[in-house]
Design a protein around this ligand. Structure first.
Ligand SMILES: [Zn+2]
Length: 277
């Protein structure tokens, strides 16, 4: 008979295997699936973005517990179809979601779906705007357990990660991407209060219904954290969540400041930015 003790040992063994770095080359964790209509050039560009992402994950010593399936679609229609297939939503829900996004990372299973566009064929940099971001969401979901616990970090960190990936691939400096982002903030008709960026649904509503540059604000907020603490501390934050810490507690441990103080500081910073200082 298979005793409880043996079962526990087996589970422990499986867990340790899942957490140890067993992959010896770049993107062994990515199973990339292309729609038949996706051009060869696009496939090469996607492969390059995944390679750079793999290099960076290696640099930050991140090992994904589960391999990821990356589904690359040919256009909006096949993106909608793929989203319906992998996440069991209705056509209407899928259309609503897909029209506002260039890619999606599923939380319930390790699947990333990329919305195809003709731009991907001629601009590798364009692919780098989506692929590293969506793959980083898998790091959050797989590492963080409550990966969407703090909305602005949920979206700010993958954006920062893709800036780093773009710089690694030679498309420009992180600093320049941040300056461009600051300009968007300066020109925005209005900004919401950063303290509203905790709940993910509220956060997306601020973007999709009111048109606020919430992703841009979040990436600047993340950049500030990284500037003070290093990107490794963001990873540390997700590890703390993974180990059961509450988001507020994990935040103060990883970044040595209460989140409420940080958000108040960031509101002041955005104000300064918009007053031309
Ligand atoms: Zn995202």
């Amino acid at each position: 008979m298979f005793g409880k003790k043996a079962l526990r040992l087996l589970l422990l063994l499986m867990l340790s295997l899942a957490l140890s770095p067993v992959h010896s080359f770049a993107a062994a964790w990515a199973d990339v699936v292309y729609d038949a209509e996706v051009p060869v050039k696009t496939r090469e560009n996607v492969a390059s973005a995944i390679d750079t992402t793999a290099d960076l994950l290696g640099k930050y010593k991140i090992v994904l517990p589960k391999d990821i399936k990356v589904v690359v679609t040919a256009d909006l229609e096949s993106y909608i179809q793929a989203y319906m297939f992998y996440s069991n939503v209705t056509r209407l829900q899928a259309e609503e979601y897909c029209k506002n996004t260039g890619g999606v990372s599923l939380r319930a299973k390790p699947v990333v779906i990329v919305r195809g566009t003709p731009l991907f064929m001629n601009s590798r940099e364009e692919v780098y705007r989506t692929v590293p971001h969506e793959i980083f969401h898998q790091v959050q979901f797989q590492y963080g357990r409550v990966g969407t616990a703090v909305a602005w970090l949920t979206e700010g960190t993958p954006e920062m990660f893709r800036f780093i990936a773009q710089e690694a691939a030679g498309y420009g400096k992180v600093e320049d991407y941040l300056h461009r982002t600051e300009n968007i903030i300066r020109k925005a008709p209005g900004l919401p209060d950063a303290r509203e960026f905790i709940d993910y649904k509220r956060f997306q509503a601020l973007r999709n219904q009111q048109g606020y540059p919430v992703y841009e604000m979040s990436v600047l907020m993340t950049a500030r954290l990284i500037q003070d603490n290093g990107f490794e501390n963001v990873i540390f934050f997700y590890q703390l969540l993974h180990n059961g810490s509450a988001p507020d507690k994990a935040f103060i441990t990883a970044f040595r400041v209460p989140m409420s103080w940080f958000l108040t500081d960031m509101n002041a910073y955005f104000e300064t930015l918009r007053n031309g200082k």
